[in-house]
Ligand binder design. Sequence first.
Ligand code: F6P
Length: 545
Amino acid sequence: MTQTPLTEMTAWKALESHAAQMQTKHLREMFSSDPQRGERMTAEACGLFMDYSKHRIDDETLRLFQALAAESGLEDRRAAMFRGDKINVTENRAVLHTALRAPREAVIEVDGHNVVPDVHAVLDKMAAFAESIRSGAWTGYTGKPIRNVINIGIGGSDLGPVMAYEALRHYSQRELTMRFVSNVDGSDFAEAVHDLDPEETLFIVSSKTFTTLETMTNAHSARVWALGKLKHRDAVAKHFVAVSTNAGEVAKFGIDTANMFGFWDWVGGRYSMDAAIGLSTMIAIGAENFRRMLSGFHAMDEHFRTAPLQQNLPFLMGMLTVWYTSFFGAETVAVLPYDNYLKRFPAYLQQLTMESNGKHVTLDGRRVNYQTCPIFWGEPGTNGQHSFYQLIHQGTRLIPCDFIGFAHSLNPLGNHHDLLMSNVFAQAEALAFGKTAEQVKAEGTADWLVPHRTFEGNRPSSVILAEKMTPEILGQLVALYEHSVFVQGVVWQIDSFDQWGVELGKVLAVRIIPELESAVEPTLKHDSSTNALIRRYRRMRRNQA
Ligand code: F6P
C-alpha cells in the first residue's frame, strides 16, 4: 500500500505553519477574545460530554484537522474497518472488535461469512455459564459451589478484565471473590490463592494463543495447586475453563473444549475485553450488565461511524493527540479519572494506545519522520494531585491531560463528591489559565519568590463528563479511546493492530531460560553485559541455595 508521505500532504504542511502561530497564543487570550468558547468547543454523544475548549486550538485548527483526515482517507479507512476488510496488513487480518458488540440482527462478513451469529452464540454460552456460577448451580469437584474466580491471563487477556472488574465492582456479586493473575513472578500466583480453598475456586485461563509463557506457566501452577487438594485429574473439568482461539492447545492442557469460550483472529488481544475474554467480567456483574456494557460500546461505535467529524468525539480526541505529539513536542498524555472505580483505566489504556501506535514504520514500510504514539499514563484524582501534578503545572514539559468525571457518585457520602469534582474543574482551570507574576505580586509575595509561585498556564486538557459510572458508560469510554487510537494510526499511517515489537524479547527469554537453569556452566554467546549478568545471577542463585 503506497500513500503520500504524511509530511508531504498539503494539510500537514498547513498544520505545521498553523502550529507555529498557535504556539505563540495563550489560552487566556483565546478565551477573552471569544466569550462563547467554553460553550462552543464541546461535543456530546450517547451520554459522554467532552469540553475541548482548553486546548491550544482555534477554528482554523479544527478545519485543518478535517482537511488532514480527508487527505489521509480517514473515512474510507473507517468504513474498511467496520466492513471487515483486512486492514491489519502485516498479519493479514480483519479488525472487527466492533462486531463483538453489534446487535444480533447485524450482518458483518469476514471472508463471506457473517460473524455476528457466532459472536452471539458465544455470548449466550458465556451467559449460561456465568449464571451457573453466580447461582451456585455449577459446583466444584467435591460438590461445593464456586466462591472464587481467578482469571489467568496477561496483556489484553488481563488488563481489560481487571480494569472492567474494578470499574464495575459496584455492580458485582459481592459473595464472589474475583482475582487476576498475570505476572510470571510466582508471587502474583501465590498471593492470589494464599487464602483460597481449591474446592471453591474456578480458574479461567484466558489466552488468545494459549501459548503465552506467563499464562501457561501460571495455568500449570494453578493445576498443581488445585490438584494438590482435589487429588483427581477429573477435577480439572470442574475447576478450569478456557478462553481462547486455540482449541488444540486448550485440549492439550486438559480442559474439556466444551468448557472453552472462543473468539477469533479478527479480535486483537487489546481489543478483546468485550469478547469471551470478558468472561470474568460477566461472572462478576452478570450477563445483563455485560450486555449493557456492550450496548455502550456499540453506541460509541455508531457515533464514530456516523457523526460528522466536527462533533465526532473519537475524531477530536485522536486529532488532539496527533496535534500535540507531532507539532508541540508533547511526549506523554495523562489520563486522570476522578473516579476511584477507574483506577486501572490508565493501565488498561497503556496497552491499548502504546501497543497499537508505538510504531516507527508506515504501512508501506517507510521509517516515519515524525513522532507517533505518546506515552499514556495516569492515576485517579485526587491522589495524583499530591504526587505528580506539580510537574504538569510547573514542569518543563507539555502534558495534555484527559480529566474524566461523573455527576453522581455510586457511593454518595456527605460532600465527598462535590469536593472531588471541584478538583477536576479547578485543575483544568489552573492548567489553562495559570497565575501571572502580576497576580502573585499583587498578593504581596516577596519579589524573589514570585517566579516560584507563578503558573504560566496554557497547559491543555479535555474534561470528559458523564452522569455516573454505569456499564454503558464504561463501554462508551473504552470505545472512545479505541477509536481515538484508530484515528491516530490512520493519520500516522501505521498498522495499529499488530505488535511485532513484543516478539524479540520473548524469543531471547526462551533462549536464556536453559542458560539459567542448566546444571552445568553454559557456554554463553550473548554480548559481554548479558553474559556477565547471567553468570552473576547463576552465582547468586548458588549462594542462596
Ligand atoms: O504482549 C503481547 C501480546 O501478544 C498482547 O498483544 C496480548 O494481549 C498478550 O500478549 C497476551 O496474549 P495471549 O492472549 O495470546 O496470551
